[in-house]
Design a binder for this molecule. Structure first.
Ligand SMILES: [Zn+2]
Length: 326
């Protein structure tokens, strides 16, 4: 499949387990339109690629441009892929995708050339190309949320490993006898610092009888605690919440320091919903700079994501603009 070099824009696609989002994107990373549809991941590859194709058509219509204006499409998707051929090696939650070629149905349904990568790697590339990472040489990004995603850019290119994997820094083991992680191992940073792990840590402090503003905020139901509540309570000097964020910040700081020692980046970016807490961000920075290698840390800045929820879609667009895979 050839690129349509006479076009003016590209399409960025962010494919998630529940939603597919598409945007028409110009060379500067401005979105001319943004559309969403359910990804219907449980219904198989034909249905989901139909949804992607419909969503792209909607995005072209609402941007008031024509099919001929589009050069190519770039997409971030969960799992592991062989991005040049478009073969999915492993895709959790997408029924029947393992081993399938995704470019063939997408080329046929849309008429466009596709670029693809792991969602975390693609979001990192978006942040590098259109966001806070411009001018960085080696950039590491962590996405803090339900899980802990990560990506790495080396000299302007996404680092893909041997078969298209993003570096799985969320599964770096920081406590060998720690809690069981979703990946089956013990003590991964994700098992200690995922959204649920943060809320559970706070809940167990309150469950042991300590007083906290959180108790009223969650109306006495500790299952309903959210990272936002912990962050808000911490800003109001709630000791249990501050302590929770300090402990999580310490664990994440160790992880960030490991990344600095391993990759010698000039920029480390923190994104995802959980990263929005200013207090947590300061605790993470504190431990990172305490424990990272004295020389390497001098060359590394820690910043928060600029693109937020748009990093994935703009990362897909950046792949398409640059004739690149992630
Ligand atoms: Zn793990």
């Amino acid at each position: 499949m050839e690129r349509n070099e006479s076009g003016k824009y590209v399409i960025g696609v962010d494919l998630g387990g529940t939603t597919v989002s598409c945007a028409v994107v110009d060379k500067e990373g401005h979105m001319l339109s943004r559309e969403e549809l359910p990804s219907l991941a449980e219904k198989g590859i034909e249905v989901t690629t139909d949804q992607i194709s419909f969503c792209i058509s909607k995005a072209i219509d609402s941007a008031n441009c024509t099919r001929e204006d589009i050069i190519a499409c770039g997409m971030g998707a969960p799992g592991l892929h062989e991005p040049k051929e478009g073969v999915v090696l492993w895709s959790p939650n997408f029924n029947g995708w393992d081993g399938a070629n995704v470019y063939q149905p997408l080329n046929k349904k849309t008429g466009y050339k596709f670029y693809m990568g792991n969602d975390a790697n693609v979001a990192t590339y978006g942040e590098y190309f259109f966001g806070v990472g411009k001018n960085s040489k080696v950039m590491v990004m962590f996405t803090l949320g339900t899980g802990i995603g990560s990506g790495l850019i080396v000299n302007g290119k996404p680092y893909n490993g041997v078969f298209g994997a993003s570096p799985e820094l969320g599964h770096t083991i920081i406590m060998a006898d720690g809690p069981r992680c979703g990946c089956g191992r013990r003590g991964c940073v994700e098992s200690l610092c995922s959204r649920d792990a943060i809320c559970n840590r706070c809940a167990s402090k309150i469950g042991s009888g300590r007083k906290s503003l959180i108790y009223e905020m969650c109306e006495g139901n500790l299952q309903n605690i959210t990272p936002k509540m912990i962050s808000t309570a911490a800003e109001n000097n709630d000791l249990v919440s501050i302590e929770t964020l300090e402990e999580i910040g310490h664990l994440l700081g160790i992880t960030c320091a490991n990344a600095i020692n391993t990759f010698n980046p000039d920029l480390l970016v923190l994104g995802g919903g959980v990263s929005r807490s200013d207090i947590l961000f300061e605790f993470i920075k504190k431990t990172t700079f305490e424990v990272a290698n004295d020389t390497l840390k001098q060359y590394c800045e820690i910043k928060r994501s600029e693109l937020g929820n748009d990093a994935g879609i703009l990362g897909g667009a950046a792949l398409a603009w640059n004739d690149n895979y992630a």
